[in-house]
Design a protein around this ligand. Structure first.
Ligand SMILES: Cc1cc2nc3c(=O)[nH]c(=O)nc-3n(C[C@H](O)[C@H](O)[C@H](O)COP(=O)(O)O)c2cc1C
Length: 204
């Protein structure tokens, strides 16, 4: 469907990056995606801990083609990432960074980095559309700058994917499995963030 088609539905991809199912970032992601869906967008959520995604080997097998040589779930996830109009990455802070599952997925996007910077081709399957995304995270501590290192990683990943970094929704001091459910505003904030991400439901 073309951009001019009023019935076009934004494709919004949610990525759950925690190894803990039904944990804090899972709950936040569910609310963000509910907010997205309330705007009539098409949603898909992938759970990284249930996928088979090996770490990047830096074999340079992608360097001439932009296609990763490792045959695992990253093959179809590359397509989803290239098709998405909006992206929501939800991952908690592990040792000041994103989780291993999330970092493996990000590193495997080296093949998309090759498409952009080596082959100088569009990463987006529909390059005319604006692509943007947000980062959703929690950490158990309340350290100053707790989210900064992970945000730097996510921003660098979004840049390689030609996705505008549209902000973050982060909560510190959230450690127990469902502590986020007791936060006074977090779930509502997440729903609104999803609504805003999909607002208008037309690619700008
Ligand atoms: C391996 C590991 C490393 C962690 N490292 C940090 C950290 O560096 N800083 C922090 O504030 N919390 C850290 N945490 C706590 C988690 O961020 C916290 O429990 C969070 O609520 C987990 O989110 P989830 O329920 O979505 O998995 C760590 C937890 C684990 C298991």
């Amino acid at each position: 469907m073309s951009e001019a088609n009023p019935s076009y539905k934004l494709k919004v991809l949610g990525i759950a990056g925690s190894p803990r199912r039904d944990g804090n970032t899972d709950h936040l992601l569910q609310e963000v995606m509910a907010g997205v869906a309330s705007q009539g967008s098409e949603t898909k959520t992938v759970i990284l801990s249930e996928l088979n995604i090996s770490p990047c080997r830096h074999c340079d097998g992608c360097i001439k083609t932009g296609k990763c040589v490792i045959d695992d779930d990253m093959q179809w996830l590359h397509t989803d990432l290239r098709e998405a109009d909006r992206l929501v990455l939800a991952a908690p802070i592990f040792f000041m960074g994103v989780t291993a599952q999330t970092k493996a997925m990000i590193d495997r996007c080296q093949a998309l980095w090759v498409i952009k910077y080596v082959l100088k081709l569009p990463v987006a399957i529909n390059p005319g559309r604006e692509r943007k995304g947000i980062f959703v995270s929690v950490g158990g501590t309340r350290l100053h700058n707790l989210f900064q290192p992970a945000m730097a990683t996510v921003k660098s990943w979004f840049l390689a994917l030609d996705i505008k970094y549209d902000g973050e929704l982060v909560f510190s001091g959230i450690d127990e499995k469902e502590a986020i459910l007791r936060h006074p505003t977090a779930l509502k904030d997440a729903f609104v963030a999803g609504q805003e991400l999909a607002a208008g439901n037309m690619p700008k």
